[in-house]
Design a protein around this ligand. Structure first.
Ligand SMILES: *Cc1c(COP(=O)(O)O)cnc(C)c1O
Length: 350
């Protein structure tokens, strides 16, 4: 099989003879069935798509490779984005690989450390603002109007094009679309992209059904659920700490056309799903990536019947990006002398 999103799905992407077909190995991520969690939900089959297995540890790579290739094709020498962390990590990596400059604008003090380390090591120019993501995106949008630099946030349509390939992969792997797709919603580009992918495959006969799109925001950052922008969004799930999503209308269209819903989950629900996904699935996502499972469990508790259904949850980013959240909430370890008997005693084996 061809490696990379551009080569593998070239006929379904805006690829021309001039598009540089480069890759860092993005896409083709695992779809893992999780039987222990299936029984908690009462569904037929429950899968997790591990987007944290992408080269920079999040789904952003799928869209970034297309956006950066098109920027290069169009003669751009630099790319720019606002980011809660993963977009900047991805932009920095692909800019480095393609030989471009990346400028990233991040909300100061609100980025998980792993993501910050990525932007630094890939050599991006980093500007931290004393504002939130929405402020950063506004500034970036103004700057790209005034300077010859390509915007690679998900308002760049090539990002959505690349990200839709994840929906193709699910159908290519399962042979059919699932009944439900559970996904976190931040700036709302990804739910838009998945829906586009599912619709395109359905229209060309690659699937018979289209999934219901089940989007989840964090309660403290739930503008779509509340119906108005949130000035000071708050949540432990930094990747979805967004108060005014750029693809708001498109996310609502995906919800409505699919017969799905966009709902919210609390930080407590996110953290307990985060832990459950790890302890019952062996899957370590970042907090935002636990919002889909948190949402699925919430609906199950409310009595929604998933019997006979096929469900896919998108684990959008790798847990290693945000270890602070785990270590902060961890029980203290035992500290013992280096003696077999002391360890046996502590483990209750003696
Ligand atoms: C970007 C991101 C999201 C949110 O995706 P949107 O397209 O902004 O809705 C969720 N989880 C992770 C890990 C992300 O990096």
């Amino acid at each position: 099989m061809k490696s990379g999103v551009l080569a593998r799905y070239r006929d379904r992407l805006p690829v021309t003879s001039k598009t540089p077909i480069l890759t860092l190995g993005e896409g083709d991520t695992p779809l893992v069935r999780c039987r222990q969690l299936e029984s908690e939900v009462g569904c037929k089959e429950l899968y997790f798509k591990l987007e944290g297995c992408n080269p920079t540890g999040s789904f952003k790579d799928r869209g970034m490779v297309v956006a950066v290739a098109k920027a290069m094709e169009e003669g751009s020498r630099a790319i720019m984005c606002a980011s809660t962390g993963n977009t900047s990590a991805s932009a920095a990596a692909y800019a480095a690989h393609f030989g471009l400059t990346a400028v990233i604008i991040v909300p100061g003090g609100k980025i998980a450390q792993g993501k910050m380390a990525q932007a630094i090591i890939y050599g991006a120019k980093i500007v931290a603002l004393s504002g939130n993501f929405d402020d950063a995106l506004n500034i970036v949008r103004t700057l790209v109007e005034k300077h010859p630099i390509t915007l690679v946030n998900s308002v760049n349509p090539y990002r959505i094009e690349g990200q839709k390939t994840a929906a193709f992969e699910i159908i290519d792997m399962l042979g059919e679309a699932p009944d439900y797709l559970f996904i976190p919603v931040g700036n709302a580009g990804n739910i838009t992209a998945y829906w586009k992918g599912f619709v395109e495959y359905n229209q060309t006969g690659k699937s018979k059904i289209r999934p219901k799109m089940m989007g989840f925001q964090a309660e403290g950052a739930s503008p779509i659920v509340q119906g108005h922008p949130i000035k000071d969004p708050k949540t432990v799930a930094t990747a979805i700490r967004i108060g005014n999503p750029a693809s708001w209308k498109k996310a609502e269209a995906a919800r409505d056309e699919s017969g799905g819903s966009i709902d919210s989950v609390t930080d407590d629900e996110i953290l307990s799903a985060h832990k459950l996904m790890a302890t019952k699935g062996g899957i370590f996502g970042e907090p935002a990536s636990a919002a889909p499972l948190a949402g699925l469990l919430k609906l199950t508790r409310k009595g929604m019947d998933f019997s006979g259904k096929h469900i896919v949850c998108i684990v959008t980013g790798n847990g290693l990006k945000d270890t602070e959240v785990v270590l902060k909430n961890a029980e203290p370890f035992l500290n013992l002398p280096a003696e077999v008997s002391a360890v046996e005693k502590a483990l209750g084996w003696k």
